[in-house]
Design a protein around this ligand. Structure first.
Ligand SMILES: [Zn+2]
Length: 243
């Protein structure tokens, strides 16, 4: 658990980040995304839902457009212009062939070298249970990275002009309890804070704490705890699955 983390690969140009909900990327990965877009890499976001079931006090019909707007603002802070939504239902995303097909289509359209997602494992570590949406999407992303390259899976996608893409070199899982790699976020940290803070309605529904203090404290805690395994540098961690 305390072995040093390796630096994430940097010899790539295109990344597609696929997660279940608005805010999933902002609890850590966004600070790394900022460092990637700084060096000219293209990063796109694909949200499987609009996060409409995420705020207790706001009805889903009003919540969906609000969270979409916050996600777009949040992406812009870290240099991401492409933000798409798949409109699966928040809270009840089903792992299965339908989800794998939707993600395969997106991967074939974007043709990324790096695919990024959020923790697909049962827990966040210890006994802190992960959500069913995160598990379903994370696992489907890991699967779809392979499906995208197989001509004989989802043949109707090729009929629609989405040719196989076997160019995914890694899937990086943010928030994994078993990280293997890290990104130094000294440069991206402040934008990471502002990117999380862009989910203001969500955070105000979550905590009575001042939103900026909440965002800064959360990201300071996680990036500092990773530093002990990454040469003392504040870091965001990933479990990296090469392909
Ligand atoms: Zn989530």
């Amino acid at each position: 658990m305390t072995a040093p983390l390796e630096a994430m690969p940097t010899d790539w140009q295109s990344c597609l980040a696929i997660v279940a909900h608005p805010d999933d990327l902002e609890y850590g990965a966004a600070a790394a995304v900022a460092t990637w877009t700084d060096r000219g890499a293209e990063v796109g976001y694909l949200l499987v839902t609009r996060g409409e079931a995420g705020i207790d006090g706001i009805d889903p019909s009003r919540c969906a457009p609000l969270r979409e707007k916050e996600q777009r603002a949040s992406a812009e802070v870290v240099g991401v212009r492409s933000v798409e939504f798949l409109d699966h239902r928040d809270g009840v995303i089903e792992y299965g062939v339908g989800l794998r097909r939707d993600l395969t289509a997106a991967i074939r359209r974007h043709r990324p070298e790096l695919v990024l997602t959020l923790n697909h494992q049962d827990t966040w570590g210890g006994t802190y249970w992960n959500s069913p949406d995160h598990r379903a999407v994370g696992r489907a992303v890991l699967d779809a990275a392979g499906d995208a390259g197989n001509r004989w899976i989802f043949t109707d996608l090729a009929d629609d002009g989405l040719e196989p893409w076997g160019g995914v070199r890694w899937v990086a899982v943010a928030g994994s309890p078993n990280p293997t790699h890290a990104v130094d976020v000294s440069e991206g940290f402040e934008r990471g804070v502002r990117s999380l803070l862009a989910h203001r309605a969500y955070i105000e529904g979550l905590t009575d704490e001042d939103p900026e203090t909440y965002c800064r404290n959360f990201l300071t805690g996680t990036t500092r705890s990773a530093a002990s395994r990454f040469g003392g540098r504040p870091a965001t961690t990933f479990e990296l699955f090469p392909r």
